[in-house]
Design a protein around this ligand. Structure first.
Ligand code: ADP
Length: 226
């Protein structure tokens, strides 16, 4: 589904070129649950941006559902991203003036779906994450764990191929973090959606079926998770 081959990326630092990704190969299949750990500055965000079609590598290939995404123009990329990738962030990134239902329905509205259909689908997924009793709340009326549930519903509402989660439990206390991880694990199983989690937390990583480590721009997978 997601197939990256020999992905390379460097950034210019003054006159120096810093090699941030140095030949990353990664395949993510339907239903995978993969964690990526690595020290600060190892290239995790850069890789996540490329996986999420927010950044382009300097070289390599990336096939997403069989399409070569690196040949797409900006408009095609953003439509493809909206249809195939869901994002979950450490800081939730919900829109403060929108309700739970409106935040969740947003990706479908961007896709041009009718208000009625978007809301119907948003309600169904909010039921799955246990937030259907807070449809009219705004983010400031919700706890951190509840906000992350809404963000997870928003990530899943369009039936994406993969959900990319960047430190999804980083802003939560440990009990709430457990709940959010259990939710991601359940949705990964029930919805057959691939989930890729970037984390600093070894406990989160241990809950994942596949585990990879990125160090100095090289991705190594821990075979014991498979
Ligand atoms: P991580 O997410 O693992 O902390 P990043 O992918 O954010 O790592 O960054 C990897 C390296 O690339 C860091 O040394 C960072 O300073 C550098 N870097 C990231 N983005 C840019 C950029 N836009 N311009 C220059 N250097 C960058």
């Amino acid at each position: 589904m997601l197939q990256l081959t020999d992905i390379r990326k460097s950034f210019a630092l003054g006159t120096l070129a810093v090699d941030v990704l140095r030949g990353v190969d990664l395949e993510v299949a339907e239903g995978d649950l993969l964690s990526i750990m690595g020290p600060s500055g190892s290239g995790k965000s850069t890789l996540m941006n490329i996986l999420g079609l927010l950044g382009r590598p300097d070289s390599g290939t990336y096939l997403l559902n069989g399409r070569n995404v690196l040949t797409m123009n900006a408009r095609e990329l953003s439509a493809f991203r909206n249809a195939h990738i869901g994002f979950v962030f450490q800081s939730f990134n919900l829109l403060g003036h929108l309700t739970t239902l409106e935040n969740t329905a947003l990706p479908l509205a961007y896709r041009g779906r009718s208000r009625r259909e978007s809301r119907r689908r948003a309600r169904a997924i909010l039921e799955k994450v246990g937030m259907d009793d807070r449809l009219d709340h705004r983010p400031h009326q919700l706890s951190g764990g509840q906000r992350q549930r809404v963000a997870i519903a928003r990530a899943l509402v369009g039936n994406p191929a993969a959900v990319l989660a960047d430190e999804p439990t980083g802003a939560l206390d440990s009990d709430t973090a457990d709940e959010v991880m259990n939710l991601l694990i359940r949705l990964n199983r029930e919805e057959r959606v691939a989930v890729v989690i970037i984390t600093h937390n070894p406990v989160v990583s241990l809950l994942c079926k596949r585990r990879a480590l990125i160090q100095d721009g090289v991705l190594l997978e821990d075979g014991s998770g498979q």
